[in-house]
Design a protein around this ligand. Sequence first.
Ligand code: IVH
Length: 693
Amino acid sequence: MRRYSPSDPARFPADAVTLPDEIVREVEELRAELNRHAFLYYVEARPEIGDAEYDRLYRRLQELEERHPELVTPESPTQRVGATPQDRFETVRHVAPMLSLDSSEKSEDVERFHERVRKALGTGVEPRYIVEPKLDGASIELVYEDGVLVRAVTRGNGREGESVTENIRTIPTVPLLLRTEVRPAPKLLALRGEVMMYISDFAAFNQGLMEHGLEPYASPRNSAAGAIRQLDPRLTAQRRLDVLVYDVLAAEGVTFGADSAGIEAIREWGFRVPDRIVTVSSPEEIFAYQAAYEEERDELDYEIDGVVIKLDDLAARQAMGATSHHPRWAMAYKFAPRQEVTVIEKIDIQVGRTGVLTPVAWLRPVVVGGVTVSRASLHNREELRRKDLREHDTVRIQRAGDVIPQVVEVVEKGENRSGPFEMPTECPVCGTAVYEDGPRTICANRWGCAAQLKGRIVHFGSRAALDIEGLGEETANLLVETGLVTELAGLFDLRPEQLVELEGFAEKSASALVEAIASKRTPDLQRFLIALGIPEVGVTVARTLAESFGSFAAIRAAEREALEAIDGIGPRMSEAITGFFADERNAAAVDAILAHGVEPEEVEVVSMGLPELGTAVFTGAIPVPRVVAETAWRSVGGKTSGSVSKKTVFVVAGENAGSKLEKAEKLGVPVLDFDEFLAKLREHGGSIEVDGI
Ligand code: IVH
């Protein structure tokens, strides 16, 4: 394929010359402007224009490209997300081998490494090192020819990996064209970086999976690695990913004397590089750097698992060479692991804001990466059964950032292990009978259960919602137990005099909380929607709703058809949303909040796309409850229906399938068995765990 770089005079094919010059120039200017603003926004985090202005420029470019399709180039900012899923990834050779790193958690090994380097350099020369965070993501090679991104390849076995270019193109911090304002583009450039998923996005994504009874990812790294191996790039585009670039693997015609110069060049070409890269020359400085980073580790929104120490001088690197596995001039100095082994002392139940009963493991306290852990979520009864966790079992647990610790697996069954854990039939907090919904067990006492109100308050003030400082679990418990707050709106009536009466409050903290609540009277629309706790409405759906309808009143008034007309909102969501607002108690609770002067901000309506995989119909006895299979399909962007029609893309038939199967055969609709359905689901990034499969 012929590629054009921005400075290439032959950028537009010859048949485009019939177009008026102004149009060609405007398209070119729009692309340059959009690239510059994307760089300022995503890489430098210092935007010069707002979203609305950016969208305006983007739409203008889209409009011109639609009118003059011959002007579209693959590098246009409008062409990041391709529309056609691939059927497999091609295996390709790396431009230069992607080696691994020697690694250790011991400071003595760092000292030994330093001695080896000194010896190799000879006496009199003190080594200088580049030290930077070791990012815990998925390694990627980015290849640019004449400044144009032509390939992105996973690490694979180090010599060759899979070409996931279409997916990497969807990541906004990866330039499709190198910036060349400061530094020209080499003929061939291969860079190495790490694909990262933010911990906050990871937590929300997993939450969504679990709410649909699907298996959560074990770590942001697994989730990032899964995201870049989606066959449909539109699915990759939905998970917010970032790429941080730390190494020049090859640059034709360019020589750098030191790694630090290479990193400077990477920056100038328009990439994000890891934060806080420093140069040091002694083990002591390395120890101090590592210790400081370890202390801050939990506050970062991405995972790092240590620091990397690299000799800065590239000639000296050459002299030291590499083994087949790792270079001798670098090492990773890792943090203490975040996995530990401990014992489940007890399993009990916690009731959340939506009434869902979550089994929780009380653990023999154990320090994991500097934090004492004594509790871990076991998600739901399916998850418990899948992992066969019982009281007194010895288990492996892990934590990632601020995310609730997870139990990974049973290491050893306890001698006196309990029988399988049974979910209660009544809510342990209010005594109301529970009901089952897919893998979930739910307390039906929506308005009377104290646990649910506490949960709603915590959620209302949580980071993704209204982000109210000081409104944590403990405070919510106090507010509910003392009867100070009986509905969400009551938060806006709180006075400092009331709060000082509560345990743990002083005058200052009492007025700080009241002020923090009052300061959220004009919330972001997306955050307000999240705060209300509407079923099915998480970060992504809230954003879609806000951007599609623009105002809270419009969302509240929207009918099911209007909701379902939006990509990414299926019948289940539309039912949940309209059902929420139609419920009298919900409506009263929302009215009360609005009556307290809360005015969600309006947003400009933009169009956005989610995939649409077509309607599936399930019939007969399949190995999981039908609702689980249906939600799994919908969670990857498909639709489901109870009846077969010409619009049905496939029917999944289990045993004893009857009339629907017949109808499918009559209409020529493809019929899949359950295994084939699972394969299809996996293709689109979804999964269902089924025993024995
Ligand atoms: S340098 C030959 N720097 O760690 C040296 N690697 O265990 C190449 N990694 O697969 C690696 N952050 O993906 C380097 N700042 C960093 C890194 C880093 C993360 C990954 C890399 C590699 C793994 C080695």
